[in-house]
Design a protein around this ligand. Structure first.
Ligand code: C2E
Ligand code: CA
Ligand code: CA
Length: 697
C-alpha cells in the first residue's frame, strides 16, 4: 500500500502544510494598508460640531492637524478629522444612485494601528475612531449621517507612539440603530465598503483648546485567516487523499490485471478487457480468440533452468506483441499470459482470413530460433482459434473452444494452428462421450484385465505376462486403453488408473499366488508418464507390495520411451526408488521416441521393449531394418539390458529376431491378450514341452 511514491507524496503534503502554517504564523502571509502612503491625495476635512470653533487645520502628506476650542461645554460639541477613502463613482451615478460611493473593502484586515495625538484641557479625554460604511440598504448618498457607523472609543497617546485596536472592538453606534430602527442582523459591523474614516473627540466636557494630530492609520491583517487557512489545508488534504486513493485503486487494478513476469495482461485482465470491449460491439461483429502454448516448454525448463524458461516467456511475449502492433487495428487486440506457457490473444472485429494471417505470422516468426542470453532456442507453438460472438459468448466459452482447437492442433503434430470447427467439436464430443462411458463403467465395475504372454525366444516358454486394461462398457467399442486411460484421467473420472491396475493385479496375484510362484513368471504392468512426477507413487507402490505380500522380483513396470522425453532429475530419482524396491523397469515402445543410446544407459532400466512399428517391416530382405535391430540388440546386450520384441505377427519376424539374439518375443503370432483362465491353461500346457504354442484367443 505504501509505495515509495505514496510516502514521497505524503511527505510533500506534510511539508506544504508545515510551510503554510509556518508562513502564516511568522507573518509571511500578513498584509497591510497604510492610508497615508497609499492615498496621498485623499481628501481630509475638519469636523466641527456644536460650540466648537476651528482655530487651525493643517493637512500635509505627513500628518493632519486640527486645533479647535470649545466655548460651551454644556451643549453637544465635538471636533475631529474626516478622511475620505471611498471614490466618487461617477460612472454609476445615473444608473444606480446607491453606488454613489465605492468604498474600500477592509474585511481582510483585523486590526488598525493608529498614531494619533490629542491634547485637551482635561486628561484622558477619549477619542472615537469611526469607519463609515456605505451600506446599500441604509445609506443615502449625500446624507453622511446615514452611512453605517462602526466605531471604537480609545484613549490616544500623547506622543507619536502608535496603538493597535482590533476590529472586534468596533460596534455599530446605538443612536444609529435607534435612528434607523433596525434589528441585530442589520446592525452587524460591516467593513466591506468603507467610505470615510473619522477620528473625532468623544463627548467634550471641558471648555478650552483641543488639538488633534493624525499621523498614521495603518490597517493590518492576514491574507488568509486562521479559519480559511485551516479550511484550505483541509481541502488540500481531502483532494490529496482522494487523488491518492484513486491512484492507488487504479494501480491495484493494474497489478491485479497484469502478469508480473511478462507485464502482459493476466487472465483476469484479458477477461475484463474482452467483456468490456464486447459492450461496445455492434451486432454481427465478431472477434477471434487465439490460445497457444509452447510445445515442450517443460523440457526447456528442465534442460536450461527455470530462469531461462522465464526469459523465453518474456521474449515470446515481446515477439508476439510486436507482430500484433503491426496489425492495422491494434487497439482492438489484447494479448495476455494466462498461466505457465499459455498465452491468449483476443482480437475484436476481425474475420477468419485476418485471424489466419495473424496466426500464420506468429508461427512463422517463431519458426526462427530465439536468442535468449546468447543461447539460440528453437520453439514451436500449438495454437487453437475460436470465433466468438461477443454478444452471446463469454470469454470463458470462447477460451474453452479455442482450448479444444489447440488440443487438436497438438494431436495433429504440434507447431501449428487450428480453428475450432465441426471436426474439433466432434473430437471433443467423442472425448466427452468416452469419459462418460468410463464413468458408467467405473460405477458398474466394467473393467477387467487381459493377459498377454511374453515368450522366451529360445524355447518359447512364457517368461513374462503383460497386464492390459480392458473396459467392456457400451460405447467403448474400438477404443483402446491407450485412448481411454488419458481421457479418464484428464476428465477426473478415475483418479489414478495406474495404482488401480497395480492393486487389482497384486490382489489377483495374491489370490493365485500358487500359480505365480510355481511358474516364476514376471508380471509386467504399464504405468503412465505422469507417475514420474508423482512423488507419492513409490510409497503407494511399496504399501501395495506389503499389503498383498508380493515379491517385487516378480513385478516389472513399463514406461514408454516418449515419457522420457520430458524427464528431469526428479523423474530419474523416482525411477531409482522404484528399482530400489526390487521391481524391475522396462522401457516400452522403444524406437518411437528420439532417445539416443548414450542417454538410455543413464536411465535405471532393466529391459528394452522394441516397438511394433520397428518390427512391422522386418523381413529377410530388409537389410537396413535388420542391421538397425541387430545393433540395438547388440548394444542392449552390452549394457546388460534384456530385450523384448513387440508386435510379432509373422513367423519370419520371429525367426529373424531369434537369430539376432532377441531375448523375448511378444505378439499376436504367439498369443493375443487373453483372459486369466485362458492364460492359466497356457501356463500349465507349456510345462516341459518347449514347443511353439499357437493360442487361439
Ligand atoms: P503397449 O504397452 O505397447 O501394449 C501393447 C499393445 O500392443 C496392446 O494393445 C497389445 O494388444 C498390442 N499388441 C501386442 N502385440 C501385438 C501384435 O502382434 N499386433 C497388434 N496389432 N497389436 C499387438 P492394447 O491392449 O490396446 O494397449 C494399448 C496401449 O494402452 C498399451 O500399449 C499401453 O501403452 C496402454 N495400456 C494398456 N493397459 C494399460 C494399463 O493398465 N495402464 C497404462 N498406463 N497403460 C495401459
Ligand atoms: Ca506395454
Ligand atoms: Ca509397447
Amino acid at each position: 500500500m505504501f509505495s515509495d511514491f505514496n510516502v514521497k507524496a505524503i511527505l510533500i503534503m506534510l511539508l506544504f502544510t508545515c510551510a503554510a502554517i509556518g508562513a502564516h504564523e511568522y507573518g509571511l502571509l500578513d498584509t497591510s494598508f497604510d492610508i497615508r502612503a497609499e492615498n496621498p491625495d485623499m481628501l481630509k476635512t475638519p469636523i466641527i460640531e456644536g460650540s466648537a470653533v476651528k482655530s487651525e487645520f493643517i493637512a500635509t502628506e505627513q500628518s493632519t492637524r486640527l486645533n479647535c476650542s470649545i466655548t460651551d461645554k454644556s451643549s453637544f460639541s465635538m471636533c475631529g478629522i474626516s478622511l475620505l477613502i471611498g471614490l466618487h463613482d461617477e460612472a454609476s451615478d445615473t444608473i444606480d444612485p446607491l453606488s454613489f460611493f465605492k468604498g474600500k473593502d477592509f474585511s481582510k484586515y483585523d486590526k488598525v494601528e493608529l498614531a494619533v495625538e490629542y491634547s485637551s484641557p482635561i486628561p484622558d479625554q477619549r477619542m472615537r475612531f469611526t469607519l463609515r460604511n456605505y451600506d446599500q440598504k441604509y445609506s443615502i448618498p449625500n446624507d453622511f449621517v446615514s452611512l453605517k457607523f462602526n466605531s471604537v472609543l480609545f484613549t490616544p497617546k500623547s506622543n507619536v507612539q502608535s496603538q493597535t485596536i482590533p476590529f472586534t472592538s468596533f460596534r455599530v453606534e446605538d443612536w444609529w440603530i435607534k435612528e434607523r430602527n433596525i434589528g441585530f442582523e442589520d446592525a452587524q459591523v460591516d467593513i466591506s465598503n468603507i467610505v470615510f474614516i473619522e477620528i473625532i473627540t468623544d463627548k467634550i466636557d471641558a471648555n478650552g483648546d483641543h488639538s488633534i494630530v493624525v499621523r498614521d492609520v495603518i490597517f493590518r491583517g492576514q491574507m488568509i485567516s486562521d479559519l480559511t487557512l485551516f479550511q484550505v489545508i483541509l481541502v488540500c488534504w481531502l483532494i490529496f487523499i482522494i487523488a491518492l486513493v484513486l491512484r492507488q485503486t487504479a494501480h491495484l487494478k493494474h497489478i491485479s490485471n497484469t502478469d508480473a513476469l511478462t507485464k502482459l495482461m493476466n487472465r483476469r485482465g484479458i477477461s475484463d478487457w474482452t467483456n468490456r470491449a464486447s459492450a461496445t460491439f455492434v451486432s454481427k461483429q465478431k472477434g477471434v480468440l487465439f490460445y497457444f502454448d509452447i510445445d515442450g516448454f517443460k523440457k526447456v525448463n528442465d534442460t536450461h533452468g527455470h530462469a531461462l524458461g522465464d526469459d523465453l516467456l518474456c521474449a515470446l511475449g515481446k515477439i508476439v506483441g510486436e507482430i500484433l502492433k503491426e496489425y492495422e487495428d491494434s487497439n482492438n487486440i489484447a494479448f495476455s499470459r494466462l498461466a505457465g506457457d499459455e498465452f491468449v490473444i483476443v482480437a475484436n472485429r476481425i474475420d477468419k482470413q485476418q485471424a489466419d494471417t495473424i496466426a500464420a505470422s506468429i508461427l512463422k516468426k517463431l519458426s526462427s530460433p530465439i536468442n535468449i542470453n546468447n543461447r539460440l532456442l528453437k520453439v514451436g507453438v500449438s495454437m487453437g482459434l475460436s470465433s466468438f460472438d461477443p454478444i452471446i459468448d463469454t470469454f470463458d466459452e470462447a477460451l474453452s473452444r479455442a482450448d479444444s482447437a489447440m488440443y487438436c492442433a497438438k494431436r495433429d503434430g504440434k507447431n501449428r494452428y487450428r480453428f475450432f470447427d465441426d471436426h474439433v467439436r466432434d473430437v471433443i464430443y467423442r472425448r466427452k462421450q468416452i469419459a462418460e462411458s468410463i464413468r458408467k463403467a467405473a460405477e458398474n465395475n466394467e473393467f477387467s484385465m487381459a493377459y498377454m504372454p511374453i515368450f522366451k525366444a529360445k524355447n518359447l516358454y512364457i517368461q513374462k505376462v503383460e497386464v492390459l486394461l480392458r473396459c467392456h462398457a457400451p460405447g467403448l467399442d474400438g477404443v483402446g486403453p491407450d485412448e481411454f486411460i488419458p481421457i479418464a484421467e484428464e476428465f477426473g473420472v478415475i483418479q489414478n488408473i495406474d495404482l488401480l491396475v497395480i492393486e487389482t493385479t497384486f490382489r489377483h496375484m495374491y489370490r493365485h499366488q500358487k500359480v505365480f510362484r510355481n511358474s516364476n513368471i514376471k508380471v509386467c504392468i504399464n504405468i503412465s508418464a505422469k507417475e514420474l512426477n508423482n512423488v507419492h507413487f513409490v510409497s503407494s507402490l511399496k504399501a501395495l507390495l506389503t499389503d498383498y505380500r508380493i515379491d517385487p522380483q516378480q513385478i516389472e513396470l513399463e514406461i514408454t520411451e516418449t515419457s522420457l522425453v520430458e524427464i528431469d532429475s526428479q523423474s530419474i530419482s523416482i525411477l531409482n526408488d522404484i528399482r530400489n524396491t526390487g521391481i524391475s523397469l522396462a522401457l516400452d515402445d522403444f524406437g518411437t521416441g528420439y532417445t539416443a543410446f548414450s542417454q538410455i544407459i543413464e536411465y535405471p532400466i532393466d529391459c528394452l521393449k522394441i516397438d511394433k512399428s520397428f518390427i512391422d517391416d522386418l523381413h529377410p530382405d530388409n537389410t537396413v531394418k535388420r542391421t538397425m535391430i541387430s545393433s540395438i540388440l547388440a548394444i542392449a546386450k552390452s549394457y546388460n539390458l534384456e530385450t523384448v520384441a513387440e508386435g510379432i505377427e509373422k513367423d519370419e519376424q520371429f525367426k529373424l529376431l531369434k537369430e539376432m539374439g532377441c531375448d523375448c518375443i511378444q505378439g499376436y503370432l504367439l498369443s493375443k491378450p487373453i483372459s486369466w483362465a485362458h492364460f492359466k491353461t497356457l501356463l500349465e500346457d507349456q510345462d516341459g514341452k518347449g514347443n511353439l504354442i499357437k493360442v487361439v484367443p
